[in-house]
Design a protein around this ligand. Structure first.
Ligand code: AHG
Ligand code: MN
Ligand code: MN
Ligand code: MN
Length: 335
């Protein structure tokens, strides 16, 4: 097994892809790696320790926070603050962006946005969940507190993005704009090992992921697309397959590897869609584009949207290019 390439080695090896690389982004990614190991350890004990169930509070989204939402949020925030590469974080579980007050942090040049625990509804039933992160260079002056402008940048300004999937095995998948690379955690060694280098997603697929329970209020174009998947058997005779896990990270990861599309359109309860632009859609959009796929709000490129607020929601269609473009065509014809 001497050909193991750990995440740490890979980050250092690849940092030379970065002009003027000074190791700060490498150190930032390493702090995410550490927090991922800590959260993974708790998730693997969920059910045996008091880490499942409701925390007893509500987040700014109006969602009942799960204990693991809060635990993961605290661990990732602490790991990012400890390494002095980040001047602030924004999180699904924080009402406002958090500026780190340490002097060293205020001299840092990056900000991180995160969904610390994605798929919270799956925690208590032992179905896979994830963490999503997105990294930008700050736009406010170094040496001052992070400002909201640092977090309201379009996704096309991201310098790194990725996710951890706590599934049958735990994986960390990330990009810094030079391809998408996947690492599988080996708990016996305590390291993430390179397992999927330079991932590319098929330009077409058979898997569509959507919560059809919301069908009644879907836009007509989405209804037409679902019917298209159900009634069209492609030329190779392999029909479409509906797969929906309830965790964006898990549905995204499967579709990334096999080809497919994840759809969260506007619905009765979420007229702008449910997924959050800054810490769910943009990082996944960066990853899928780096893997040769596409991410759209049904009309245009997700990463070109200029954010106006931290927790804003957008309709989200992400995956194999041909499938996303098919949905866009139906939405153009049947808005
Ligand atoms: P989170 O658990 O971070 O709030 O995100 C849940 C998201 C996404 O992960 C998942 O695909 C979607 O919500 C499921 O929504 P529905 O239960 O409405 O289908
Ligand atoms: Mn949530
Ligand atoms: Mn989420
Ligand atoms: Mn979440």
């Amino acid at each position: 097994m001497s050909d193991i390439r750990t995440l740490g080695e890979f980050i250092v090896e690849k940092q030379h892809d970065f002009p003027h690389a000074s190791g700060e982004l490498s150190s930032l990614l390493s702090s995410i790696k550490l927090a991922a190991k800590i959260v993974n350890r708790e998730i693997n004990k969920a059910g045996l320790v008091d880490i499942t169930g409701a925390f007893g509070g509500e987040n700014v989204q109006g969602e009942e926070q799960q204990k693991l939402d809060v635990y993961a949020n605290d661990k990732f925030k602490a790991a990012l603050e400890a390494r002095d590469q980040v001047c602030g974080v924004a999180s699904e579980e924080e009402d406002e962006a958090v500026s780190f007050n340490k002097e060293l942090s205020q001299n840092a040049k990056y900000v991180v946005l995160m969904d610390p625990l994605d798929g919270s509804s799956n925690i208590d039933v032992n179905v896979s969940v994830g963490t999503i992160f997105s990294v930008y260079r700050r736009v406010s002056p170094v040496g001052t507190p992070a400002t909201e402008e640092d977090f309201l940048q379009p996704g096309n300004q991201q310098v790194a993005a990725g996710y951890i999937i706590y599934g049958s095995s735990t994986m960390l998948v990330y990009t810094t704009g030079n391809g998408v690379h996947g690492f599988t955690y080996d708990p016996s060694l305590g390291v993430f090992c390179l397992s999927h280098e330079s991932l590319q997603t098929p330009e077409d697929g058979r898997i569509y992921s959507i919560n059809e329970g919301n069908y009644f209020r879907f836009p007509m174009g989405v209804k037409k697309y679902i019917k298209f998947c159900q009634e069209n058997v492609p030329e190779d005779d392999r029909p479409y397959t509906s797969r929906y896990i309830g965790s964006l990270v898990s549905d995204f990861h499967r579709n990334l590897l096999k080809g497919g599309i994840y759809l969260y359109p506007s619905t009765a309860t979420h007229p702008n869609g449910k997924l959050r632009l800054l810490y769910e859609c943009n990082p996944m959009a960066f990853l899928i584009e780096q893997a040769g796929g596409k991410a759209s709000d049904g009309v245009g490129r997700i990463m070109d949207i200029k954010p106006t607020e931290l927790h804003q929601r957008v309709p989200f269609f992400v995956g194999s290019t041909n499938m996303v473009e098919k949905v866009e065509a139906f939405l153009a014809e049947f808005p």
